[in-house]
Design a protein around this ligand. Structure first.
Ligand code: MG
Length: 244
């Protein structure tokens, strides 16, 4: 299985593959402590899906929506594996949301669910960071979901997975906070690709973040969030206070 990744090597972004302890680009093996991984794709848009696990919807006292509930995160929200994420001054509550993310491989529109696999490059992990207080007070979700750094992506893209067989776990400072089977998605990956591509042309590198399971909660500066989906790996980021 190939784990496609990108890394900064001598100041340039290089494509390659992630192995246990190395980033391999062509014939060159770089030890992982010598290179910095960057987000494995550059989306023109990130489409988020709200309340797509029944148990998470229940946390907010709601049922799953009658159709997929969509929102956007801007490309400027994307950040890298292991990057620090600044806790914005405008919010008093930032929640982690560990999610399986679908990466689109080809330009497409109006894809049927039974053809969805043909347009999917692979799967990565997204932490759909959310300013929960602003999500409520703003009415629209653009600011709450869209701050710089609020879409960590990575550490790699794995093709050919069956999302129904994946398990998602989120840890904060090493303590387990989310643990779910991706099979429990209310709207499956093929259904999401059909519904979303009926509305928007999807471009290579675009990301569909499929929603978070139960267990979301607030973060504080210095917290380390790890979202784990085997065999994609661990998406790890530290939250930091804004510079004073
Ligand atoms: Mg989410």
């Amino acid at each position: 299985m190939h784990r496609y990744a990108r890394a900064l090597v001598a100041g340039k972004v290089v494509e390659g593959f992630l192995e246990e302890d190395a980033f391999v680009a062509g014939d060159i093996r770089h030890s992982l402590d010598q290179v910095r991984l960057v987000a494995p794709c550059r989306p023109t848009k990130i489409i988020g899906v709200g309340r797509n696990y029944a148990e998470h919807a229940a946390e907010f006292g709601t049922a799953p929506p009658p159709e997929p509930l969509l929102f956007f995160k801007p490309p400027s929200a994307v950040t890298d594996p292991d990057a620090d994420v600044v806790y914005p001054r405008q919010t008093r509550r930032v929640d982690f949301e560990g999610e399986l993310a679908v990466v689109i491989g080809v330009r497409c529109k109006a894809v049927r669910a039974d053809e969805a696999e043909e347009v999917i490059a692979g799967y990565t992990i997204c932490n759909d960071l959310t300013a929960r207080d602003l999500q409520r007070s703003d009415g629209q979700w653009a600011r709450a979901k869209g701050f710089d750094g609020f879409a960590p992506l990575g550490p790699c893209i794995v093709a050919g997975l069956d999302p129904r067989r994946l398990r998602l776990q989120t840890f904060v400072n090493g303590r387990k906070r989310q643990d779910a089977s991706v099979a429990d998605l209310t709207y499956s990956v093929p259904q999401l690709v059909e519904y979303i591509s009926a509305a928007f042309t999807l471009e290579p590198g675009d990301v569909i973040s499929t929603g978070t399971p139960a267990g979301v909660g607030p973060l504080q500066p210095q917290d380390v969030v790890e979202v784990v989906i085997d065999p994609i790996g661990i998406l790890r980021n530290r939250i930091v206070a804004p510079a004073s």
